[in-house]
Write a protein that binds this ligand. Structure first.
Ligand code: SF4
Length: 578
């Protein structure tokens, strides 16, 4: 296993490498390792996330250089959006680039006194003056310039914050390569606060196993399961955008700030986008599925007739929900323009869409007016949303400065908290499937649907008693700590069963039984829970907006009592035990 950790200090432009076999043996890698490094280095857990005290950790896992779908990198930081534990996973080439550079994790501390980007080329680290690159409004252009001036074409990863990060939008994301992100919870703003524009990572290390025969056997098994699986084929063909029509059909698609659950969405469905706009599919490193769908949109230049630019725009279900149905935009090219704008700035799309949806409802109810929004907002009016997104980033007035801190913050200041759709401060994803998804967001470490997949539990078991739902959500999240420590793509979770993970470890000459794996998942979960507690978080039904507490879902109408019963059980069985 790779056991080297690279620590970078932006304050004095220093770096050092150390071996941390102790941590890797104990905590696997990925989220297990990143959590421990964060605990060690983040001296003041109550510190302002945008101060120099915040620490960023990127970590890969033991499977990264070895197996298909081990394509993700975990990042950990204190979130400027929720003010507690921040975790985000990104794909692209980043994980392989970190492995090729020879590291299991990269820790970033301090703050640079001028804009800087950092090049990690194997054992060497270069701090590069980024003053001429600050203020570039399109993250794609920043990446293109870095690609031109830095070496490593084909092996490097370019991980950068966009202009939204520079402007400290609390839900700014990090983009890696062109179409992958460390989204949710505001890592882009943390980069911005550190005056860090980008990381460029590359190296030439390769790895060998002592047991090539068994390794080849396991590799082939994982590969075959991937390419022959119907589920993975679905990700390749239409991608997660395939969810649009079924969720709409079952009245689980959030529409117009969750005031409706069904809409005319044929034109923004995965099927229509694939048939009419799909230009290509791409994959993260060593992934045989290639689920990343890229649409082409031809736009005429305003000043010149018959002059066109062709935009290549990545899309998936969450983007279609957040910048489509949630704000009433149901025409594909308008949706793609909004996605492109959000992508160019480096904004988290889910948070942006939910903020815009809340602002629209607040505007229509007269809670705020055009003095605040600067343009009249109405569901479906994509042109107004293009302006509003510019305003979110440039923050020309107090209203947009507040909205750039997230929907919870803005609604506390202006009103409309009952329909500000964030749970524990994180804007909600697009699944109005039932009780488990919303309760899962409350107790999940990231307050994300990816923590424990409550949306899936709702569809398979809509009638679970609250206590049983809690048990299933927590067990799922515990196992996901193992997957996040390896670090494999969650789309391959049905391939990476405990049995196969144990066998894959054996092929790398590491003994790890299924029971041990399950125990490690529980331990990592508990470590994160303790950290959240120390950062001041405590789940409460009050963290769920009123609109959700009594909402209609395909699994029946929700009620507050059910949330209270589930929370009481969760606090007793998990939260208060540690
Ligand atoms: S399935 Fe998609 S997100 Fe997952 S590793 Fe492959 S290309 Fe990346």
């Amino acid at each position: 296993m790779i056991d080297s950790i690279l620590s970078i200090n932006l304050t004095d432009y220093s770096y050092e490498v150390e071996s941390r076999e102790d941590l890797i043996e104990r905590w696997i890698g990925g989220i297990g390792l990143a959590t421990q490094l964060f605990k060690e280095r983040m001296k003041d857990l109550k510190a302002d996330p945008l101060s120099e005290k915040n620490v960023i950790v990127f970590a890969i896992g033991p499977f990264t250089p070895a197996y298909p779908y081990a394509s993700k990198t975990v990042s950990v930081f204190k979130s400027p959006l929720t003010n507690e534990f921040g975790e985000s996973h990104g794909g692209g080439r980043t994980a392989m680039a970190i492995a090729s550079a020879g590291y299991s994790a990269i820790v970033i501390e301090g703050v640079s006194d001028k804009p800087v980007y950092v090049v990690i080329d194997g054992e060497k680290v270069y701090f590069k003056d980024g003053r001429s690159l600050k203020g570039i409004r399109d993250s794609l252009i920043l990446a293109r310039i870095l690609a031109e001036i830095e070496k490593g074409r084909g092996i490097r990863s370019i991980i950068r914050a966009g202009y939204a990060g520079e402007r400290l939008v609390r839900f700014a994301c990090i983009t890696t390569e062109t179409y992958r992100h460390f989204g949710r919870l505001g890592l882009g703003a943390v980069f911005g606060s550190k005056n860090l524009l980008a990381l460029v990572v590359m190296g030439k290390k390769s790895y060998k196993t002592d047991n090539p025969r068994l390794y080849r056997e396991v590799y082939k098994e994982i590969y075959r399961l991937g390419v022959e699986s119907d589920a993975m084929r679905k990700y390749h063909l239409i991608g997660t955008a395939e969810n649009v029509l079924p969720l709409n059909e079952m009245r689980a698609l959030p529409v117009k700030n969750l005031t409706e659950f069904q809409t005319e969405c044929e034109d923004i469905s995965g099927e229509t986008l694939a048939e009419t706009r799909l230009g290509r599919r791409i994959a993260c490193s060593h992934c045989p599925t290639a689920c990343i769908h890229i649409a082409t949109l031809r736009e005429e230049y305003e000043e010149e007739k018959y002059f066109y630019k062709t935009l290549m725009i990545g899309y998936d279900y969450e983007l279609i929900y957040a910048l489509g149905s949630m704000i009433g935009v149901t025409e594909k090219d308008s949706l793609l323009r909004l996605i492109h704008k959000v992508e160019s700035y480096g904004l988290d799309a889910i948070s942006t869409g939910v903020c815009l949806a809340w602002a629209t409802e607040a505007f229509k109810r007269g809670i705020i007016d055009v003095d605040e929004t600067l343009t009249p907002l109405d569901f479906g009016d994509w042109r107004a949303y293009m302006e509003a997104i510019d305003n979110l980033v440039f923050q020309p007035n107090e209203f947009y400065r507040s909205l750039a801190k997230g929907v919870r913050f803005a609604s506390q200041k202006y009103g409309g908290q009952e329909f500000a759709l964030a749970i524990a401060g994180n804007e909600i994803p697009g699944y109005n499937t039932g009780f488990s998804v919303y309760f899962g967001l409350l107790i999940g470490m990231r307050h994300s649907h990816l923590d424990n997949a409550g949306y899936s539990l709702d569809q398979k078991h809509p009638d679970l008693k609250p206590e049983n739902a809690v048990e299933r959500l927590v067990r799922e999240e515990m196992w996901r700590q193992v997957l996040s420590s390896l670090v494999v793509c969650f789309f391959s979770r049905n391939i990476y069963t405990p049995q196969l993970v144990s066998k894959a470890f054996n092929a790398l000459a590491i003994e790890m039984s299924e029971d041990e794996l399950i125990k490690k998942g529980e331990e990592i979960y508990m470590e994160k829970l303790k950290l959240k507690k120390e950062m001041g978080y405590k789940p409460s039904v009050g963290d769920i907006p009123e609109r959700i507490l009594n909402i209609s879902t395909p699994a029946g109408k929700l009620n507050e009592k059910r949330f209270e019963t589930a929370l009481e059980y969760y606090m007793q069985e998990y939260w208060e035990r540690f």
